[in-house]
Design a protein around this ligand. Sequence first.
Ligand code: EPZ
Length: 434
Amino acid sequence: MDSITVHGNGPLYGSIPVSGAKNSAIKLMAASILTDQTLLLTNMPRLADTKFLGRLLQQFGIAVTENGHGADQETLFDAREITSSFAPYDLVRQMRASFNVLGPLLARTGRAKVSLPGGCTIGARPVDLHIDALTRLGAVIELEEGYVSATAPRGLIGAEIEFPFVSVGATEHTLMAATLARGTTVLKRAAREPEIGDLARCLVMMGAKIEGIDTDTLTIEGVTSLNGGEWSVIPDRIEMGSYACAAAMAGGEVRLTRSRPELITALTDRMVEAGVEVIPTEDGVIVKRDPSQRLKAVNVATEVYPGFATDLQAQFMALMTTADGVSVIHENIFENRFMHAPELMRLGAEISVHAGEAHVTGVEKLKGAPVMATDLRASVSLVIAGLVAEGETNIGRVYHLDRGFERLEEKLGACGADIRRVKGPPVEGPGDDH
Ligand code: EPZ
């Protein structure tokens, strides 16, 4: 199992290209199931999660071909024939988003058997909304021995579905299934995350009829088949926000390129309040901070998009560990997403957690220590803290990081960070689920 070692060594200066979004790529990959023509995804990140989903798609008989390097990375999906609609527990357990192949398989082949994903470190994360919505589309669903067996012998049928609360996964899952349903589907209280907009626009490019993209009401007029085509994955706003926090933490001046800063204003507004300079550029943003000036503590509360992203909460908490004052951080999306707090405390941070609220009292200095990554975003928060901690911070279980951050050591290293990977024995699959 690899680990990452960081030595706090002063400000960062340089440029970081932002990769394609993991949380868009894996949905677009699942959408390839919906067509018997080829789908070419460009700006594809090469991550443990995308590799893993690629292997699952291959198990369904889909040919997956990766090409290119760096900015030219692309993957071709050819789902001419679906030879299996079975997703076993061992695979779904390792990446919960793979549960979302259920709807596309069902819409395309009329049947699917997919394991329930189970809980994960950041919360219970049930899939009841997904199952209810597919049932509303006419799927006959049975739950047995940890599996969801679904059939739609006469095809899926459009319906009006109002989600009881906003769910990214349930919205995208139902959207994909509804593109091939008979008649009209209306999804109310739909999630509006940019990755859902990206998926919907790709589906429209493939011939789907979808109205209300980027709003909380999606209207889908079912079609009998979808075409293939080519689609460029939206830039990763969470990777961008993570490097913005890294630059703000270490100080200096970092230019984030190939990115869309308008997608993370909930974060950058708070950073500006704390004393960071955020300057928009043609293809991204410059994040600048005078390292001799201490940041001010700022409060945040995670919300669904366009609110402050839960996937940036750990990184912002790391930033606040050395700010002047007390920052109150509310986590409103997941019930157990403060696992990084005790690890940050090992570096000398002062944090107290009560239910969904963390109080971070800024300290003047952090000190390096061995720490453990507990999930993907938690792991990058430890890297961010390590950038200013005196001495060495060694982060274990970095397979979490590899799920969602492409070439992290290289990108931060290019800006002057003292960060390196210490090789260990390989880990099977991406780790545990997200
Ligand atoms: C997506 O997870 C992301 N994952 C998460 O990113 C992200 O944190 C989350 O959305 C919120 O933005 C992917 O896109 C692959 P939800 P998802 O359904 O779809 C509850 C990362 O680090 N819920 O919006 O699973 C659920 O338990 C990951 O990249 C139900 O109760 O999130 C949670 O409390 C981590 N029943 C809340 O809703 C359901 O059927 C929101 O979850 C579905 C969800």
